[in-house]
Design a protein around this ligand. Structure first.
Ligand code: SAM
Length: 375
């Protein structure tokens, strides 16, 4: 069952894609303060104020007749967003006043839906010579905070990789391929599962790529799965589950928690038998139009991972298994073919260095005319 907080975020994400009236109604029923907390936590996460000087910024978020004030506070110990107290509000470097509907739409809305029409930004004492340095120091962190509302689709996947510490860029060169497939759907309210959280035996390490996906897909619900208990790495919009990808029972439990999936990424054990079990169990949970990705396919040629160095087409290896499905794309053209369950359910397969993308969908375009000679 979804927690209340997760349900509220999902509701806001969907309402942010609808008209102002629907969004205002959702805000009213969740409560302006709860919405302000949700949205400012997201803004702070995306703004990534590392490297910025200490700063305090007040966000005065307007709804019909009321203002909810939140303070973003960056100090030596981290960044927080909390409801304002009178004392904290009097010490801020800048004040942003804006309609809450507009802020929620900017943060959780589809590409191009945001606006800053109702925004007023004021710097503290910018005219006083003694305080001139202070607002100037605040310019960069406030820019980052506002960009995370106004331009959530501006940062590339490779940049989020570097900022989140994921090895998908650098050690690997995966973002170019991911962006080719994911950029057109980046602003949809997707459900995404990645097997392999990272950090191996340490329960508090890992999560780099999950944080990257959370920032790259601003409207998505992100799930991570690892054999090690890393559930403590969960944050709003990002849920970490524990389970073994070689166990169909574990994976069925995972799907009960996630519901139908739009994207599945296998970056787990990279053992061929595990890759194959995960595919068989999870592919049925992928929606039509969804994408199944397998990373690090070099292990298919390495015996240490259950691969085979000399038998490229052996179906017990992950590459051999995937290649066997390729002919299924043309299943309607092949006389006497033993049908495979994926034949009519895979619309496209794309292979790149060490990774594959499979597109799920009805593959029944119809074969060539029967009168055309086949022999
Ligand atoms: C390569 S790391 C994942 C890196 C992460 N996806 C990233 O890009 O930042 C592989 C992770 O898979 C996990 N793992 C290994 N065997 C597994 C299994 N059988 N089921 C689920 N997770 C597994 C490991 O604990 C490790 O944290």
């Amino acid at each position: 069952m979804r927690s209340r907080a997760v349900g509220d975020i999902e509701r806001l994400v969907h309402a942010a894609g609808a008209g102002d009236g629907v969004l205002a109604e959702s805000i009213e029923s969740i409560g302006a303060e709860a919405v302000a907390r949700i949205v400012m936590a997201e803004v702070v996460d995306r703004a990534d104020l590392r490297g910025c000087p200490p700063v305090a910024v007040s966000f005065r978020l307007r709804t019909e007749g009321t203002i909810t004030e939140m303070i973003v506070d960056k100090s030596g110990s981290g960044v927080t967003a909390h409801p304002a107290t009178a004392a904290a509000a009097s010490r801020t470097d800048a004040t942003v006043e804006q309609s809450l509907v507009e802020v929620v739409r900017g943060v959780f809305g589809p590409r191009g839906a945001g606006s800053s029409a109702t925004r007023v930004l004021r710097w503290r004492d910018i005219d006083g010579p003694e305080s001139f340095g202070r607002p100037a120091l605040a310019f960069e962190p406030v820019r980052r905070l506002l960009d995370s509302i106004d331009r959530p689709y501006h940062t590339s996947l490779a940049e989020w990789c570097v900022r989140s510490g994921s090895d998908k860029w650098g050690v690997h060169q995966y973002p170019q391929h991911y962006e080719r497939h994911f950029d057109p759907i980046r602003d949809r309210p997707l459900t995404i599962l990645e097997i392999g959280v990272g950090g191996y035996d340490d329960p508090h390490r890992g999560g780099e790529s999950l944080r990257m996906w959370k920032r790259y897909f601003p409207r998505a619900a992100i799930f991570g799965l690892d054999i090690v208990d890393k559930t403590a790495l969960s944050t709003p919009r990002l849920t970490v589950l524990q389970g073994d990808q070689s166990s169909a029972t574990d994976l069925e439990r995972v799907v009960r928690a996630t519901g139908p999936l739009d994207i599945i990424i296998d970056d787990g054990s990279h053992i061929s038998a595990h890759v194959i079990t995960a595919f068989h169990t999870l592919f049925p949970a992928l929606r039509d139009g969804g994408v199944y990705v397998v990373e690090d396919l070099q292990t298919s040629y390495w015996p240490h991972f259950g691969g085979k160095s000399g038998a490229y087409n052996d179906i017990s290896t992950s590459m051999g298994f995937l290649k066997a499905m390729l002919d299924g794309l043309n299943h309607e053209e092949i006389d006497g073919r033993e049908p495979a369950p994926t034949d009519a359910a895979i619309k496209g397969m794309h292979f790149y260095h060490n990774m594959a993308f499979l597109e799920k969908g009805e593959n029944r375009d119809g074969g060539a005319p029967s009168w055309l000679s086949r022999i």
